[in-house]
Write a protein that binds this ligand. Structure first.
Ligand code: SF4
Length: 379
């Protein structure tokens, strides 16, 4: 551990989550603000070697041998640029240093153009049991405008090939509030995706985040707020009609297929993070690795952990986080967690934004829609 670095150590006894950041893409989408750079085979090779070293270094901690891992998430970037044997090498290194629970959920984010039948089979043989497919839109023009590399035809092909390769736990990512997207086209896309019967669906409204091309250059044709709101409600209605649970603000699942990994975040549980810019949470410390891939690799090649930032949360901060994260889920939080906000809770309840039942408070779908502005009051 370097001087000034926090004493990273889990405090929970149950299994931890693991997030692995794969920081390469073939092309940068115009709305993207993630920590990702151009894919080059040599850069991927160097990065993978650094990633394995990072797992080894963290795995040398005295507590590591006793840690069980309940979920693994390969995120990015474009993790589906990895070959099956590369994913297997990473999972084997986790197995060597920690205990990977036999029933662990292991997810890989995939872009349709890099998911072939062979790739899907390679993932499954490597021990991956869940794929999350970044479809985003089923409209040729919109996909091109977003800077995506796939067409709707490729998205359908990738989904079917993942099924044919034996995956019985598939998630699809969609976006709404996109430039030029009207309600009718959105309903048609949602209807088709739901007819595919993915086990899980994530749908996010477009945000122009700092670091994206659209945030710096602007983008024409964004729908007005009423249209975006109508798209949210159309999705909620269609998902309900087809048997999906709206279990988190932006996430829907068939019975038994909630994302176990994302629930680690929303339940304020602990997780390890590996890769450039990856953020973890252990004990009362939130930490983040350095973001530039070059610096990340160089630090690990020199035998150092690539820690960039950390923050020790006070009990008050932890409590506020637990409340806000818990209210993202339809499970809500125990009523006593909000006892100091009773007038606020009563107001939200009277406005139909919150329900109270069985000693718990939870946001309604109307509350989910306004959650960003509601959560400000809970800080
Ligand atoms: S949105 Fe996903 S695929 Fe597109 S550049 Fe960002 S990380 Fe890569």
């Amino acid at each position: 551990m370097t001087p000034g670095a926090p004493d990273l150590k889990p405090s929970q006894t149950g299994p931890l989550g693991v997030y692995l950041h794969i920081p390469f893409c073939r092309q940068r989408c115009h709305y993207c603000s993630f920590n990702t750079g151009p894919y080059r085979p040599a850069a991927m090779e160097r990065f993978l070697s650094a990633l394995l070293s990072e797992i080894d270094l963290v795995g040398e901690a005295r507590w590591a041998g006793g840690v069980s891992i309940g979920t693994v998430f390969f995120g990015g970037g474009t993790p589906s640029l990895l070959e099956g044997d590369e994913m297997e090498a990473v999972l084997n290194r986790l197995r060597k240093r920690f205990t990977l629970a036999p029933a662990a959920e292991v997810t890989v984010e995939c872009n349709p153009e890099s998911l072939t039948r062979d790739k899907a089979e390679g993932c499954r043989l490597a021990g991956v049991n869940r794929l999350s497919l970044g479809v985003q839109s089923l409209d040729d023009d919109l996909l091109a405008r977003l800077g995506r590399l796939h067409s709707p035809v490729e998205a359908r092909r990738a989904f079917n090939e993942a099924r044919a390769a034996g995956f019985d736990n598939l998630s699809v990512d969609l976006m709404y509030g996109l430039p030029g997207l009207d309600l009718a086209r959105w309903e048609s896309a949602v209807g088709e995706i739901l007819a595919w019967r993915p086990e899980h669906l994530s749908a996010y409204a477009l945000t122009l985040d700092e670091g994206s091309r659209w945030a710096s250059e602007g983008v024409a044709g964004l729908p007005d707020e009423d249209t975006v709101t109508a798209q949210y409600w159309a999705l909620a209605r269609l998902a309900r009609q087809t048997g999906y649970e709206h279990y988190e603000i932006s996430n829907y699942a068939r019975d038994g297929f909630r994302s176990r990994h994302n629930q680690v975040y929303w339940r304020a549980e602990e997780y390890l993070a590996f890769g450039p810019g990856a953020c973890g949470f252990l004990g009362d410390v939130r930490y983040g690795n350095v973001k530039p891939v070059e610096r990340y690799c160089a630090m690990l090649e020199a035998g150092s952990l690539p820690l960039g930032t950390h923050e020790v949360l006070t009990p008050g901060q932890r409590e506020a986080e637990r409340r806000i994260l818990g209210l993202r889920l339809t499970d809500g939080v125990p009523l006593p967690w909000l006892k100091d906000r009773r007038p606020l809770i009563d107001t939200w309840h009277s406005l139909g934004l919150l329900e109270i039942a069985g000693g718990r408070c939870r946001l309604t779908e109307a509350g989910f829609l306004l959650s960003d502005s509601l959560f400000v009051h809970l800080l």
